[in-house]
Design a protein around this ligand. Sequence first.
Ligand SMILES: NC(=O)c1ccc[n+]([C@@H]2O[C@H](COP(=O)([O-])OP(=O)(O)OC[C@H]3O[C@@H](n4cnc5c(N)ncnc54)[C@H](O)[C@@H]3O)[C@@H](O)[C@H]2O)c1
Ligand SMILES: O=c1ccn([C@@H]2O[C@H](COP(=O)(O)OP(=O)(O)O[C@H]3O[C@H](CO)[C@@H](O)[C@H](O)[C@H]3O)[C@@H](O)[C@H]2O)c(=O)[nH]1
Length: 328
Amino acid sequence: MAVLVTGGAGYIGSHMVLALVDAGEEVVVLDNLSTGFRWAVHPRAHFYQGDVGDTGLVGNLIRQYGIDSVVHFAGSIIVPESVENPLKYYLNNTAKSRDLIEACVQSSVKHFIFSSTAAVYGMPETSPVTEDMDLKPISPYGTSKLMTEWMLRDTAAAHDLLYVALRYFNVAGADPGGRSGQSTRNATHLIKIACQTALGQREQMGIFGTDYNTPDGTGVRDYIHVTDLIAAHMAALQYLRGGGASLAANCGYGHGFSVREVIDTVEEVSGRPVNAVEEPRRAGDPAALVANSDMLKQHLRWTPRFDDLKQIVRHALAWEEALPEKTR
Ligand SMILES: NC(=O)c1ccc[n+]([C@@H]2O[C@H](COP(=O)([O-])OP(=O)(O)OC[C@H]3O[C@@H](n4cnc5c(N)ncnc54)[C@H](O)[C@@H]3O)[C@@H](O)[C@H]2O)c1
Ligand SMILES: O=c1ccn([C@@H]2O[C@H](COP(=O)(O)OP(=O)(O)O[C@H]3O[C@H](CO)[C@@H](O)[C@H](O)[C@H]3O)[C@@H](O)[C@H]2O)c(=O)[nH]1
């Protein structure tokens, strides 16, 4: 048995590869390196540079390695870009996921774990968000992911395929051992940007909106440590291999932090000031997005280990400091 990790050269996928290798699994990585890095892939994984939409290649890999489970991270992830170029997202996230799912069905892969997103909820009226709430994405990114969830639901009903769709809230932090982290160029994620500003890699950063209906007026998000997120994937793999039924589950801790709280924490942990200036709201940002994670805890028996913003920031900062060496 082996596991295929698509997007395994990316931020989150590279952490999945580490966890699988640590668990003694045989791992095959398929990544086109559009945003990922070859060096981010653990040397014990079999690496193939290619596209998830290449059904011939995927079918060959499944047969060659006896792959029983696919963990599908590959995709395009920038929400504003999806508004400007929706067809890129419907091709890379939806159409190519369809091709990948078809290759899995044709080659009798039994288990599929999918990177979904809190963006499938759009602008939820209440928070914390439960999985049964309305799914009303407000960006092509969110819609492209929801369509993939629906393809999985319908395919699982018609074929011998079981899936878990994990709806990530805000993923942050880095491997506690310093083996991987978020390396994306031009990243837009708050914690990475605040760390870069503290380290002097950016002159200043913006606080997007200070007039939200939140305790301090800035946006609130549920920041989950990447290592805990990967633990949820490992739990999902075990669950599916143990015969668990298909499901979709939120991935977050169930409490949020505001933009100002994040910046304050980065200043405290780094011991350096963060030059943050108030700016208007960013289009499409909900005021607060916090997960109800009971499903993950109850069905997948997930127990978080890094539910501590300071720890998340400490690991993100350590990675940011080490990154220039890695990319040299
Ligand atoms: N980072 C977050 O906060 C977040 C939140 C919700 C969901 N997600 C989802 O998690 C997944 C991983 O995100 P990430 O933050 O690691 O992003 P990332 O850009 O670091 O990783 C994506 C990887 O997929 C590869 N890829 C893209 N299109 C491909 C294709 N057609 N064929 C093969 N490889 C391809 C890229 O080269 C990259 O290595 C994505 O599906 C994303 O939508 C991320
Ligand atoms: O320079 C910055 C960057 C962000 N923010 C704010 O910080 C919060 C978090 O923003 P960001 O880190 O960009 O994450 P989100 O926009 O919440 O989106 C992330 O989380 C979603 C799920 O919740 C995923 O679907 C997306 O892929 C992922 O980028 C929001 O209130 C932003 O307005 C700032 O104020 N300044």
